[in-house]
Design a protein. Structure first.
Lengths: 304, 304
């Protein structure tokens, strides 16, 4: 069987079943970051994200923006757990004929993002490759009482999302987005969030991941999804690469967070749905006022 | 300017100059691992190594051996600092048409290496790519009193190497080598080593790195280099991918370690040279008994 027939979710599930870890691992494969027991009061977060030319960026994109994105997608994984990014290592696969100016730009972008988010770039590897490949691994930390997993959403919870969705690739926003570290920290300081993740593959693919991890279903009010200008509901659901936060919180906490966010979160916070009991064949139900057009086949981006 | 004209050493030096880190970083870019201040008595080690199809392995190599190597080269980086490997994350770039059996084999090899060396595989990323790319990032730990850097070799030190060198790629040894974790731990328990690194690019390229980091020179007795059967001196110097340990230790410690190693290190430990004062234009001097043939142009493998 060829890999693309298996799909990314199945690949991850199948890998996860094969792996055993020891007691120092609080959470292994399957969340935005691995969670490791530290020696102090904090937990350690560990994750990696690989960008490939032609998939996540194009050679003609500004190298600085590509470098920024390579670290920012990892910082976003730390944000999704409620943590603070600390250290990163960078592996670069580079064609021999690539101009040094491209590599220079790449590092400037990496450094700019590192400085903005307080990340130490502490190591790396550079190897020859047919296409530009950038893999960043990141370490972060989070207080034991403030870590937020994908699993933890409860029936009756309100679903919230930061910022606006849709059109990230087309507009170039995917190359210059701001990971929601400050926003996640502010939210976990205000309330005990039940579940959180960052939206990389689009709501239509990512929301079922929270549902599956939590053993719940969801009702999504599609007209409530905050959209970027010019984006349809379908685009907001499926475009991906928004790197906004998807959150499940108790209804009373959401009621308190929404007005608080109006004053304190410039990116905005929106109620988009409700967590319901799991159903056997439909994890997420889309609802909309009569007359709203929703394409029948909504599917997000699959890597394979 | 094209990248291949700059070279790997220059690229690393140039990147390092641009980067600032905070007080939690004991050692950043430039050693086998980054060294981070932990909260307890131990230091944390952090490194990454990327393998690319056609450079570090071929598609027709056994997938299990490729998976083993992908983790083993990282475990070797931890060994080179005197540490113990703990956790790893794996990013995989995979062509859509690759058989699932290859990916299965890859993970089996990764898991086999993880089990052997006590590494928790805790996360990863899988993306589409034109060629198979495997990047592993690893976390390890080491007691403050036992960490060994590349910098630290002193004039008068004896240079030692574990195992035998040469022919690793040709023989396929590079796909099934054993990282020298146990050996490094045993050696640092016996003596305070001054400098250490693992030999990935060949003695001819790697020894100057210890010299440069330590501000010293070296005299290498080429006939003393332990070679694999059928390997010439030139091959032992330049083939690379041996993943043996290169060590600088005080003469009196080396005198004690060598007979001890005969009883306790099955892979062997050999004296191959001496650390001398730095000279302006020749970091490493090769010496050999009269009549020994040494090719005049000895250069190791350069990635670009």
């Amino acid at each position: 069987m060829k890999l693309y027939r298996l799909g990314e979710n199945e690949l991850i599930q199948w890998v996860t079943r094969q792996i055993r870890t020891d007691r120092s691992v609080v959470r292994g494969i399957g969340d935005d970051c691995a969670v490791l027991r530290g020696t102090g009061r904090n937990l350690q977060l560990f994750a990696c994200d690989m960008l490939v030319e032609g998939v996540h960026f194009r050679r003609r994109d500004p190298a600085g923006a590509v470098g920024w994105k390579a670290l920012a997608v990892n910082v976003s994984d730390i944000a999704a757990m409620g943590g603070l990014p600390r250290h990163a290592v960078v592996s670069l696969g580079l064609p021999r004929q690539i101009p040094v100016s491209f590599v220079d730009g790449l590092y400037r972008g990496l450094c700019r993002c590192a400085k903005r988010y307080g990340v130490n770039l502490v190591g790396g590897d550079t190897v020859r490759a047919a296409q530009v490949v950038i893999d960043v691994a990141i370490l972060g930390e989070v207080e034991k009482g403030r870590v937020v997993y994908r699993a933890g959403a409860r029936v009756g919870d309100t679903l919230l999302v930061t910022g606006r969705l849709g059109g990230s690739l087309r507009s170039g926003r995917h190359l210059r987005f701001s990971p929601r570290v400050r926003e996640a920290r502010a939210l976990t300081a205000q309330a005990r969030l039940h579940a959180m993740m960052d939206l990389s593959d689009g709501l239509r693919q990512d929301l079922p991941r929270i549902c599956q991890a939590s053993g719940v279903g969801a009702v999504l009010e599609v007209t409530k999804i905050p959209r970027h200008a010019g984006c349809s509901i379908a685009q907001a659901l499926t475009d991906g690469e928004d790197f906004e936060l998807l959150i499940a919180a108790a209804g009373r906490d959401a009621d308190r967070l929404l007005p608080w966010a109006k004053r304190n979160l410039p990116c905005g916070l929106h109620r988009i749905g409700t967590v319901v009991a799991a159903k056997p064949h439909s994890v997420v139900t889309l609802v909309a006022p009569k007359g709203t057009k929703i394409p029948s086949s909504l599917a997000g981006f699959q890597h394979f």
